[in-house]
Design a protein around this ligand. Structure first.
Ligand code: AMP
Length: 279
């Protein structure tokens, strides 16, 4: 497994890749878990060469967010990737990625008006900007993203389509702990008590999906029921039902039938956790 910290070093390696090889790419911020590794396995199945980047992108963190405390475990990450037979890992420093002040950023409008986009101003501009930089550096044929970050996946798909990138964006299913909690690097922030509360997120989403499929309750009725039952003492950033493709919120009185995503963000202990289910 090759490890590149400099763009120049990667460029030399890239020159040696023959044109008929499919390069699969998995961008991450490290602190890897089975969710990340599932993306690597998806890529290994669909590509000839698989590369992973580990970069905690400062552009996508708000001023009061956890940039400084974001978990770092480079040695362990490299071991995990080596075990998966990854071909290369790109681990740039911030200076390598942003040697001078950026005057350019890429914004995908509308799709970031709701959900995390509304709650984390500037977050998705940071994501799209770094992903484009990584795409231009790595030059992959396919890139693999988790559907846990469903808004991110939707925005990146649109960006690649709008800007004619020759890259397939592939969404991979959410990997969960035994009790259903979506795996996340931020789960490390949870205490044992937090962990019990956090497992309600998946239970609530599943129940929400059943209510959507089996009853004629309105969006407001469904969300109110779930909030009362599972999230009485939880600070909710958002929790609602949205159009699955355009990501606009359904009206309170709408009865969700299809093409929807039920999703939320919840502050539990020191973590802000997101999850979703789609129909
Ligand atoms: P991150 O390191 O949090 O930026 O995540 C890197 C990639 O891993 C993103 O495409 C995430 O959506 C994906 N990912 C994170 N957690 C999971 C999970 N539990 N299941 C599937 N993909 C995930």
């Amino acid at each position: 497994m090759k490890i590149f910290r400099k763009i120049k070093e990667y460029n030399e390696y890239f020159k040696g890749i023959s044109k008929d090889k499919i390069v699969g790419f998995v961008p991450t911020m490290g602190a890897l878990h089975e969710g990340h590794l599932s993306l690597v396995r998806c890529s290994k199945k669909q590509s000839n060469i698989t590369g992973v980047s580990i970069f905690i992108n400062p552009l996508q963190f708000g001023p009061s967010e956890d940039l400084d405390s974001y978990p770092k475990q480079e040695k362990q990450d490299l071991k995990l990737l080596e075990n998966e037979n990854v071909d290369f890992v790109f681990i740039p420093s911030s200076k390598e990625m942003y040697p001078e002040k950026m005057l350019t950023n890429v914004k995908v409008s509308k799709l970031q008006d709701n959900l995390c986009g509304a709650k984390r101003p500037g977050h998705f501009d940071g994501v799209t900007t770094v992903v484009i930089k990584l795409f231009n550096i790595i030059r992959p044929d396919k890139a693999f993203f988790g559907l846990k970050d469903f808004q991110q996946y939707t925005i990146l798909k649109k960006m690649v389509n709008d800007l004619n990138f020759h890259i397939d964006i592939i969404g991979c299913e959410i990997i969960r702990e035994k009790d259903g909690l979506a795996m996340s690097s931020r789960n490390k922030y949870l205490t044992e008590d937090d962990r019990k509360i956090a497992s309600n997120i998946n239970i609530a989403l599943k129940e929400g999906m059943e209510l959507i499929k089996e009853t004629n309750y309105s969006v407001k009725e469904i969300i109110d029921k779930l909030k009362t039952k599972y999230f009485k003492d939880v600070r909710i950033d958002y929790f609602w039902v949205y159009d699955r493709y355009k990501l606009f919120p359904l009206q309170e009185g709408d009865i969700p039938v299809k093409d929807i995503v039920i999703t939320g963000a919840f502050f539990i202990g020191k973590a802000r956790l997101i999850d979703n289910m789609r129909l």
